[in-house]
Design a protein around this ligand. Structure first.
Ligand SMILES: Nc1ncnc2c1ncn2[C@@H]1O[C@H](COP(=O)(O)OP(=O)(O)OP(=O)(O)O)[C@@H](O)[C@H]1O
Length: 282
């Protein structure tokens, strides 16, 4: 369990990047959503212990990353979207990382690399952006950490590789594992998420499971938006709408529509519906 308690972060001489975040994130795969500059990378850095909160706290299973205890750090791996690595291969990088991560599985790494059409013996600095990214994703997954933080993992990946990554993430999920994926391209990972964490203007807007969301709101598409629509968006001749979920409504989540709704003036209505439904379940 990852818990945030009134967490704030301000960059030295910079803006307040995160303000008063309080939430509890259970194991599962979570989509981290939010517009550019709203604090997603900062939040991942704080969970990973790479930045320390300027107020409030974050804890992973009751331990604070800022204390940098090896027992906690070996449970967390952060893969940034702009990690610079020295020349070398994915196998060499994994060999070094394995010293700090007891769960590393070399066989799994070989399997992940093979799924991406790589051997791990390619020099990272000579690979294309997408293939370098695939190599690092394979290493990140093979470390088998309890907490895996992926910042824009699909950047630079071709269409087939994004699908492969989605399958890998779904297979890597486990009862005691928390994977947080910050991405702007949600359709590539449509069916893998168990929950959504949404930030807006550096504050937490929503932290809810998929079950909470789909029990509270329904996502529909049609030529005319339903009169009871809370939010509707027209594209390609269709209205995609969000309504309050009925007792026996069962719809699939539309992440792009949810994102647009959370950026709109209807956001408070939607988050209130989801949060009040969650409160009823507790
Ligand atoms: N090293 C830094 N020094 C000062 N300010 C920073 C630094 N890094 C980020 N910021 C600022 O902190 C805020 C949050 O940035 P962050 O990178 O966390 O956003 P993000 O949601 O990940 O954005 P994106 O979707 O573009 O990756 C922004 O206002 C950004 O300009």
């Amino acid at each position: 369990m990852i818990t945030f308690n009134n967490l704030c972060y301000r960059y030295p001489k910079g803006p307040e990047a995160l303000s008063d975040i309080t939430a509890a994130i259970s194991p599962g795969i979570h989509l981290l959503l939010g517009e550019n500059g709203t604090g997603k990378t900062t939040l991942l850095h704080i969970i990973a212990g790479l930045l320390y909160p300027t107020a409030g706290s974050v804890e992973i299973d009751g331990m604070s990353p800022r204390l940098r205890q090896p027992a906690l750090l070996e449970k967390i791996f952060f893969l940034g979207d702009d990690m610079t690595l020295p020349g070398g291969t994915a196998l060499a990088f994994a060999h070094t990382a394995a010293k700090a991560y007891a769960g590393f599985d070399a066989g799994l790494l070989a399997d992940y690399l093979a799924c991406f059409g790589l051997t791990g013996r390619e020099r990272l600095d000579r690979l294309s952006l997408g293939n370098r990214r695939k190599s690092l994703i394979a290493v990140a997954l093979a470390l088998r950490t309890q907490v895996l933080l992926l910042d824009e993992p699909a950047n630079g990946l071709d269409i087939g590789s994004k699908e492969t990554l989605g399958r890998m993430l779904a297979e890597a999920a486990g009862d005691d594992r928390t994977i947080i994926v910050s991405t702007h391209v949600t359709h590539d990972f449509h069916n893998i998420f168990d929950g959504v964490i949404a930030l807006r203007r550096n504050r937490l807007q929503l932290a809810a499971t998929l079950t909470d969301i789909l029990s509270a709101v329904a996502f529909t598409a049609g030529m005319i938006p339903p009169v009871e629509a809370i939010f509707a968006h027209q594209s390609a001749g269709l209205f995609r709408s969000i309504t309050a979920a009925g007792a026996d409504t069962e719809t699939d989540i539309d992440y792009n529509l949810l994102y647009m709704a959370l950026q709109s003036d209807r956001a408070d209505i939607i988050t209130s519906l989801i949060n009040s439904h969650r409160q009823q379940q507790l």
